[in-house]
Design a protein. Structure first.
Length: 72
């Protein structure tokens, strides 16, 4: 898998959406993205298989492994 490094800021979400995600995962989506960790598993390996997965990280805060387990 080619390594694509995350270089996108967190996308804007309504305060209510971020609050729900914080409640589900127990941590802030925006802080997780800014700290370069996965919101779900706290992994710091943020290499992605393609640009779409990088964009998804900026939206959800999920690493490649968590994206694969949720979306595939």
């Amino acid at each position: 898998m080619p390594e694509i490094i995350v270089d996108l800021p967190p996308t804007f979400k309504a305060t209510e959406v971020d609050a729900v995600l914080s409640k589900i995962f127990g941590r802030s989506r925006t802080k997780s993205i800014k700290d370069a960790i996965c919101i779900k598993c706290e992994d710091t390996d943020l290499s992605f298989k393609d640009e779409l997965s990088v964009k998804e990280y900026s939206i959800s805060g999920l690493c490649q492994s968590c994206q694969d387990s949720i979306f595939e």
